[in-house]
Design a protein around this ligand. Structure first.
Ligand SMILES: Cc1cc2nc3c(=O)[nH]c(=O)nc-3n(C[C@H](O)[C@H](O)[C@H](O)COP(=O)(O)O)c2cc1C
Length: 249
């Protein structure tokens, strides 16, 4: 395989970083890589906010559920869905675009664009020998996050990306069986077979956690998912998104 494929397939999240900031060149290269990603209909419906201010980083770490690596990483990026600039476009072109800007479709474009850009950024960083971890924890309190980042209407922070020099690396986390993810020609539904294979996967994941936590944890994937989905999480999101002027139409 080539070096790019090796890099992609060697991914694991890094949550412990050396106390060393990224250089300006590294930051610029990561953002330029993000911008090189494909973007739906050339809409470019996302923004990236790099947070360098120490007080703001501390606040973001707190708001993200006290995830200290948000503060200690080499650089913290926040990826946002952004239709604010299309409001500016509407003013420049003298046309009311509000209905389109506020549609579910354009919100989805913002989500997709931001995710594609972020993964390009992540791979760019990893290719420089840096470690990364996405931080969805910022969605625990988006009112607070928006206040810190001073985001305007039609901009929604989606997740952070902590980047830095790895101080500690985890073992790679085994993924679901290949054909649970990849279907050919049509969605393959074979629940019984699926369950058998998930039992196997459960054993793999349980062993992975057991090893990684020196026996403190050995939960299976289906246990983890059922506990996670059982708890209602961030149920304010629909109201929040609409409050910010997206997904309204
Ligand atoms: C959008 C997104 C949000 C995430 N949020 C967090 C987070 O808040 N905290 C964290 O420690 N990991 C977070 N992760 C990392 C995942 O937990 C991790 O990717 C997953 O467990 C697989 O592990 P791996 O990346 O090491 O392969 C997030 C990942 C994604 C894609």
């Amino acid at each position: 395989m080539n070096t790019m494929i090796n890099l992609i397939n060697n991914h694991r999240s890094v949550r412990h970083f050396e106390d060393k900031p990224l250089s300006e060149e590294q930051i610029q290269m990561i953002v330029t890589s993000a911008q090189a990603a494909s973007t739906s209909s050339f809409i470019q419906a996302y923004s990236i906010i790099g947070v360098t201010d120490e007080a703001k980083k501390k606040k973001l770490a707190e708001l993200a559920g006290n995830q200290s690596f948000v503060e200690t990483c080499g650089h913290f990026f926040v990826f946002c869905a952004d239709l604010h600039r299309h409001k500016v476009v509407s003013e420049m072109e003298g046309i009311n675009l509000t209905e389109s800007i506020e549609s579910t479709e354009k919100f989805m474009v913002g989500l997709i664009d931001a995710a594609l850009a972020a993964q390009n950024a992540a791979l760019s960083a990893e290719s420089m020998g840096l470690g990364i971890c996405y931080v969805g924890g910022i969605r625990n309190n988006l009112h607070g996050i928006c206040e810190v980042l001073k985001t305007p209407e039609h901009v929604i922070p989606l997740f952070g990306l902590a980047v830095g020099y790895p101080a500690r690396e985890n073992e790679q986390k085994p993924r679901l069986p290949y054909h649970h993810i990849y279907h050919e020609n049509e969605y393959e539904q074979s629940p019984n077979q699926y369950k058998v294979e998930l039992e196997e996967y459960n054993k793999t994941i349980s062993a992975y956690y057991h090893e990684r936590t020196s026996g403190k944890r050995a939960d299976t994937w289906t246990e983890q998912m059922s506990h996670m989905f059982e708890k209602k999480k961030r149920m304010y999101m629909k109201d929040f998104v609409q409050e910010k002027g997206l997904d309204r139409v």
